[in-house]
Design a protein around this ligand. Structure first.
Ligand SMILES: Cc1cc2nc3c(=O)[nH]c(=O)nc-3n(C[C@H](O)[C@H](O)[C@H](O)COP(=O)(O)OP(=O)(O)OC[C@H]3O[C@@H](n4cnc5c(N)ncnc54)[C@H](O)[C@@H]3O)c2cc1C
Length: 496
């Protein structure tokens, strides 16, 4: 029984189904996917929380998991441009940096802007790949403890890791440009998070064609094809726990389910009230409540008029100031500080963008005045505030694309409240629990719990995102099937 049909629930379910278990997924929303879900608006498809993914290039770790499941060919992806995977604009000095795919090309692209830093860049890239290569789970290697063998500097702060290797302050900020993808915080986020994500995207990034929801459906269909069920509109309300065993799971519709194992893919703090104080010790509950979460985001979804804005086959990052690249989680700073811009590919993609997506980091503090409200009933002041946010974001984008507004046909927005209520994630967090290099034990939540048949999966356990959540799904599945069972099966059927 899996509570939550997000990326974590669906991958864990698909792996368990492949290994012969009968899986039932209970999803509260009308469609599956969580952050992998797409929605239709203005006749177009928009993605909610998965815009650019790593690990899906040939030989990539997530592609190999998909090959083991036999669904790799169903993931319809378009690689971003090799000569420019990411385009970075710093408005402070109107500089634009274009980064290329592959270790050598990545180094060369940055050396062209910072010729005096070649040796430093080489050492930096060597060190981030050394960290990524040292993690067994990331490399799908069997091991006794997936995170052993990390070099000591993997647990220092990512900001310090960069600063001790790179002299130019601007280059330091440039190397931290992907912070919005992992909720990076200065002096807090461990270097291994930065290293894994950076190494992954230097290897190559892709985007789903026609929406991520198709891939969520592929995973759900896989579970059904293996005899399982994926039930939508089933919001779990209570777990009945006796003698450290989940006896039943009951949904808001009053349906009661039993299972040998229950896997929770939802935010652990959302799970706690469902357990009614049973199962976990008070100390563990307090620990979960006290772990800070990564910041949230405000999203703007634009439908463009035909042939008005070019399709751009890479991500565009807009930053106001170099110094603020680590400060997205600081609500005292002027907002917006920066954003991620995408033109998602559609089927038969031509030279023009049909839609544009703007993801802008935002803290939950910004929506505190409306935190007690529910979707559709947040009030006129909330709608006016959302319009104002969209306006401020568009003014930022106009500094790089002065004519963007002429091409806009329709605008839709989503706030941290949307993320909180839609996924059930605490504070609308973008990437779940904030990993803290000063206290790695606090934020490393194991997949097994004190409740003997209750396991955890999803972005709050281990690593977030498309590159992290499927890896945790392996951990969770192996807690039932036996250590290295799945990894060995993946290695048997996918040779690199
Ligand atoms: C705006 C945004 C942009 C992002 N961009 C990227 C990106 O470009 N690349 C990337 O790799 N990652 C990105 N991420 C992160 C990524 O989306 C997440 O790490 C990932 O989707 C998390 O998957 P999950 O299964 O752990 O959680 P979720 O996707 O949150 O899944 C949890 C599921 O549980 C369901 N649920 C909650 N409560 C209940 C209940 N009571 N009963 C039943 N079901 C319930 C929810 O509806 C949801 O479907 C982004 C996130 C956001 C918010």
């Amino acid at each position: 029984m899996i509570i939550g049909g997000g990326l974590g629930g669906l991958f864990t379910g698909a792996i368990l189904a492949k290994e012969g278990l009968l899986v039932t997924v209970l999803e509260k929303n009308a469609t599956v996917g969580g952050g992998l879900q797409s929605f239709r608006r203005f006749g177009e498809t928009f993605d909610t929380g998965m815009h650019v993914v790593g690990g899906m290039e040939p030989g990539g770790n997530i592609r190999r998991i998909c090959e083991y499941l036999g669904i790799a060919d169903k993931a319809r992806l378009r690689p971003v441009d090799a000569d420019c995977t990411d385009e970075l604009h710093f408005l402070e000095d109107h500089q634009c940096y274009r980064l290329a795919k592959g270790k050598e090309n990545f180094i060369h692209s940055l050396v062209s802007y910072f010729p005096d830093e070649e040796d430093e860049l080489r050492a930096y890239v060597r060190d981030i790949f050394a960290i990524a290569d040292s993690i067994d789970l990331f490399n799908l290697r069997p091991s006794e403890d997936y995170m052993t063998g990390l070099p000591a500097h993997a647990l220092e702060a990512a900001s310090d890791f960069i600063a001790t290797r790179i002299r130019d302050p601007r280059l330091r900020s440039i190397l931290a440009y992907m912070n919005p993808l992992y909720g990076g915080m200065e002096g807090i986020t461990p270097a291994y998070i930065h290293a894994i994500i950076s190494a992954l995207y230097i290897h190559g990034a892709s985007r789903f064609i026609g929406g991520t929801g198709r891939f969520a459906d592929t995973l759900a269909d896989y579970i059904r094809a293996h005899g399982g069920s994926v039930l939508m509109g089933e919001a779990v309300e209570t777990l009945d726990i006796e003698d450290r065993v989940v006896k039943t799971v009951t949904t808001a519709k009053g349906h009661t389910f039993t299972a040998d194992y229950v896997v929770s893919d939802i935010h652990p703090c959302t799970l706690l009230p469902m357990m009614r104080g049973k199962g976990f010790t008070k100390a563990f509950r307090t620990r979960l409540e006290e772990i800070p979460n990564t910041y949230s985001a405000f999203s703007v979804y634009l439908k463009m008029k035909p042939e008005t804005f070019p399709y751009i086959n890479h991500s565009v990052y807009l930053m106001t100031r170099y110094d603020d690249v680590w400060h997205f989680g600081d609500s005292s700073k002027p907002w917006p500080m920066g954003l991620l811009m995408m033109t998602p590919p559609v089927d038969d993609q031509g030279p023009w963008a049909r839609t544009i997506l703007l993801t802008v980091p935002m803290t939950f503090d910004a929506v505190k005045p409306w935190e007690e409200t529910v979707t559709g009933h947040r009030g006129a002041d909330y709608l006016a505030w959302k319009d104002d946010c969209a306006e401020r974001i568009l003014r930022l984008v106009e500094q790089v694309y002065p004519h963007i507004r002429d091409g806009i046909e329709a605008v839709n927005t989503a706030s941290p409240l949307t993320i909180r209520d839609y996924y059930g994630s605490k504070g609308g967090t973008l990437c779940g629990f904030l990993k803290d290099c000063h206290n790695p034990a606090l934020t490393n939540i194991p997949v097994v719990t004190k409740v003997r048949n209750l396991l955890l999966t999803g972005q709050n356990i281990n690593l977030h995102g498309f590159c992290g959540v499927p890896l945790t799904a392996i951990n969770t599945a192996e807690a039932i099937l036996g250590r290295n069972t799945v990894i060995n099966h993946i290695n048997e059927c996918t040779k690199v």
